[in-house]
Design a protein around this ligand. Structure first.
Ligand code: PAF
Length: 292
């Protein structure tokens, strides 16, 4: 596996594969890899000739006071996992290489260009909870796409709003990259895999499964004929309310495309979204709700 820290070298590697007619698949990550990331690499392996993974904890998508400093950085362990998974290249730049300073603030911020995400899809849910988050994500994904020049890029559905925003960005800004959504990988008890799970205490880990239980409680009501979004949201809130370690941020029934809130389920596919703090950790989850 080739390992590089510079966009220039990464692009040269990718261009050499592309000019040999090989299809390049890309899995962008912030490291602390788990089975969900490795499933993305596996899917990319099945569909592409060469696989690139990036590991970069991106400061511009963390607000002040969030967990940028404590986010796990396990480069050695992660590179070993990627090698075993059959990854061909690892792009692991540092903040200096990406932003020209040791933090985003150090680069002359008035001079920087960012990719702005419209309030319609970027201001809702995680966008409201974490102002500036999706601007940071859209900006760094743009930079990563320019460094890696992939044919296809693989994103997990666990970060559903991020996935929809990247799809919108690629469409609106005419990127020549196919975005491949991949299903959420779950622990045996249903908890969606996340790099942040590793930092939960034993009690918090037990409580965290409440998020997927709340989503499942909503899904069972739909099976029983419930269509009213307010009632479905109330049940998800009640499931979370019974667990003292969960501080719920939102439980919402939304349109699967626009992510705008729905009054009731109908002919269009919907999604249940949920977000909470469990101790200091911010966790999110979602499930698809087929048209009824
Ligand atoms: O989902 C993530 O891990 C990050 O948001 C991403 C897409 C790698 C951008 O930093």
């Amino acid at each position: 596996m080739r390992v590089t820290e510079t966009a220039r070298e990464m692009r040269a590697i990718s261009e050499s594969w592309r000019s040999a007619g090989e299809r390049v698949g890309f899995v962008p990550t912030m490291g602390a890899l788990h089975a969900g990331h490795l499933a993305l690499v596996q899917t990319a392996r099945e569909e592409c000739d060469r696989i690139v993974t990036s590991i970069f904890v991106n400061p511009s998508q963390f607000a002040p006071g969030e967990d940028f400093d404590t986010y796990p950085r396990w480069l050695e362990r992660d590179s070993k996992l990627l090698m075993e998974a059959g990854c061909d290249a690892l792009f692991a730049p540092n903040v200096e290489a990406m932003y020209g300073g040791s933090s985003v603030e150090l680069s002359p911020s008035g001079e920087r260009v960012f990719v702005e995400v419209g309030e319609g899809i970027g201001g809702l849910w995680e966008g409201a909870e974490r102002p500036g988050h999706f601007r940071g994500v859209a900006t760094v994904v743009t930079m990563l796409f320019h460094a890696v020049v992939p044919h296809r890029a693989y994103f997990g559905e666990k970060d559903y709003q991020q996935l929809r925003i990247i799809q919108r960005m690629v469409h609106n800004l005419l990127f020549d990259v196919e975005i491949v959504p991949c299903p959420t990988v779950r622990e045996p008890d249903g908890l969606a895999m996340s790099s942040r799970n590793a930092r939960l205490s034993t009690e918090e880990r037990e409580a965290a499964v409440t998020l997927s239980r709340a989503l499942q409680a909503g899904a069972s009501l739909v099976k029983g004929g419930e269509r009213d979004a307010a009632r479905l949201e109330r049940v998800m809130r009640e499931v979370c309310g019974a667990e003292p370690l969960i501080a719920l941020q939102y439980a919402a029934v939304v349109d699967t495309e626009t992510l705008s809130p729905l009054d009731s389920l109908g002919e269009r596919p919907a999604r249940f979204l949920i977000s909470a703090h469990v101790g200091d950790m911010h966790l999110i989850d979602n499930i698809a709700v087929p048209p009824v």
